[in-house]
Design a protein around this ligand. Sequence first.
Ligand SMILES: [Zn+2]
Length: 286
Amino acid sequence: MLVNLNKVLLPAKKGKYAVGLFNAVNLEMARGIIAAAEETGSPVIMGTAEVLLPYGPLEELSYFLIPMAKKAKVPVVIHFDHGLNKETCIKALELGFSSIMYDCSTVSYDENVKKVKEMAYIAHSYGATIEGELGHVGDNDGICQNDPSSYYTDPMQAKDFVEKTGVDALAIAVGTAHGAYKFPPKLDFERIKAIAKIITTPLVLHGGSGLADADFREAIKCGISKVNIFTDINVAAAEAAHSESISIDKGITEIIPGVVEAVKKEAVKKIKLFNGDGSQRNIFSE
Ligand SMILES: [Zn+2]
């Protein structure tokens, strides 16, 4: 069933587990993600991001992501991640995405508040949810490496931000980065705890691929309710395509099942890790 973030993240916050967001840039990835969620009986968040649109256009993706979510046996959120332009966010809402993230984390605080507040009003009018970002999650390319903590989310500012904007989820900067890690990340768990203590809005951890299992468990225990994963399933899909292609004699049809299976396997691993004690199953009784 197609749902928005509130339907999956509010129970997650209450039950102290996290729901994974996995981006899908093609049909094979989407099939693997849905299969993983159904096999584990867990809700899932699936979508794409503005920087991924060259690999799978938004409109074409919407033609299968949304029907697949509606048909699924578990709650599925179709989320447009890291929307960078107002127009693209509105297009995602028009196409039927049940959730968006409007990322204004690189502009000034006041500008971030103003833009996200306006977009929250629009998203809510579609019955969709919205995620904002405060502080800046780095890109593993050096921009935040001199003094990473200067980009971390300030707890009091986070409180002000959610109150002023009305976002349904908040991405915080606590030491992770997007893409593959060059150095082992060091998470600021105390900061996650401090933010989770003063705001009720579910918190999101971006740049989760490549983190140690123990770090995920601790971050979720400290108050993270949504974890974004892309690099891990992206690499798993490519490795499967590569290994199948060595013995290829018929064509692409020989590669497709292996890619779907590899994405599913990686997503199942992450979903089980985020589930904690399995209390997510409560969602079906609501
Ligand atoms: Zn992100």
